[in-house]
Design a protein around this ligand. Structure first.
Ligand SMILES: [Fe+2]
Length: 370
């Protein structure tokens, strides 16, 4: 196994600690005077946005843009780009969950791009460098603050996929656990299972290297040890531990890629309109069963990091987080297309076991079987 990947792309600066997000505008001043702060609905509703906007160094001109929906689409990005260009922004900050971060990240990356976002969603290379991007997560799960991809849905074709470019990496990341105080329990569970899945898929990816393994295994241990306490509100320190684990999982999968859970999660999520982390969580135990032989000694290593048998741990955690399968007993919509899209997915191609159509059919049988 290689020690390092062919390329390492990390955020330029990462600040960690309670209250650090209050300095967001002062930190962003180094990127220019004019900024656009992209946020979700709940941040403003809970009164957490205003103090950040008001704590501004003199001479800054910062506008706020609210993303009203959940899963971001190309139409949202079109509107956001128009707003950012109209404001003549020097930098873009995203403060929110994965949807907000992905949208803000894509906006920063495509700010100077000559073509509409759909062209880049279809695979065109990004020609011009974008604006500086600052990422401030308010959920612990997607790891978007640590990656160079932005997942967006084309509502016309229902294709959910990534715009991916090294230039999309955040210049600044602020990990402030106080922002997670109002995170709904459902989001804690779903995002947390997304992070756990990302840690494990990166750790077992066929592109894993020593560095991604160390990051992924630490992420697995932190999330595994603290997610249930965070969900139950049992330990005030748990949010910070899961936020840290989620960031490490993001760094790890940015190097090592993911696996079949992320390959199948997008086609299922688009068709059943379910949160990404929910789909990942309920797919994970079946994928681990499928991959168990191909994982080799990593199954035991992951079990040691979690303090008990890996498969048993995941199944129990899903019960404790109140995450029953939403697919059980449902009809499978567009089965052939789901299989085709899963096989073609960039993540599936990194899965430890080479995935065949029969494997995807087996996974679907386990997920939807009564
Ligand atoms: Fe994910």
């Amino acid at each position: 196994m290689n020690v390092l990947p062919e390329k390492i792309v990390f955020p330029e600066r990462t600040l960690m600690g309670a209250g650090k997000a209050q300095n967001l505008l002062a930190e962003c001043a180094r990127y220019g005077r004019r900024g656009l702060l992209v946020h979700g609905r709940s941040l403003a509703a809970h009164g957490a946005l205003q103090p950040i906007l008001q704590n501004s160094p003199g001479g800054m001109d910062v506008a706020a843009w609210e993303h009203a929906g959940d899963e971001p689409g190309l139409a949202d990005l079109d509107r956001l780009l128009a707003a950012a260009r109209a404001h003549r922004a020097d930098w873009i900050a995203g403060i929110g969950g994965g949807s907000v971060l992905d949208l803000a990240k894509a906006c920063a990356g495509l700010f100077h791009a000559p073509h509409p976002p759909a062209a880049y969603h279809n695979g065109a290379a990004i020609e011009a460098p974008g604006l500086a991007f600052a990422a401030v997560p308010t959920t612990a799960g997607t790891g978007s603050e640590a990656t160079v991809n932005a997942v967006l849905t084309n509502s016309a074709t229902r294709h959910k996929k990534s715009i991916r470019n090294d230039a999309l990496m955040a210049r600044l990341v602020i990990l402030d656990p106080t922002l997670l105080a109002h995170c709904p329990k459902r989001v804690i569970a779903h995002a947390g299972m997304d992070a756990l899945t990302q840690a494990l898929e990166a750790f077992t990816s066929r592109h894993a290297v020593w560095l991604s393994d160390d990051l992924g295994l630490k992420a697995l241990a932190l999330i595994g040890a603290h997610l249930e306490d965070f969900y139950r509100g049992a330990d005030p320190a748990a949010a910070e531990q899961v936020l840290t684990g989620s960031y490490l999982a993001g760094l790890s999968f940015a190097m090592a890629r993911l696996g079949v859970v992320h390959g199948i999660a997008h086609p299922l999520g688009v068709r059943y309109h379910l949160p990404h982390g929910y789909v990942c969580g309920v797919c994970l135990p079946h994928a681990v069963e499928l991959n168990r032989d191909a994982m080799g000694g990593k199954y035991e290593q992951a079990s040691r990091a979690l303090g008990r048998d890996l498969l048993d741990f995941i199944r129990q955690l899903l019960i404790r987080l109140d995450m029953p399968s939403p697919f059980r007993g449902q009809p499978i919509i567009e089965k052939d297309a789901i299989i085709r899209e899963t096989i073609a997915a960039w993540s599936t191609q990194a899965n430890p076991k080479p995935i065949t159509p029969a494997d995807v059919e087996w996974l679907l049988g386990r997920l939807f079987g009564s």
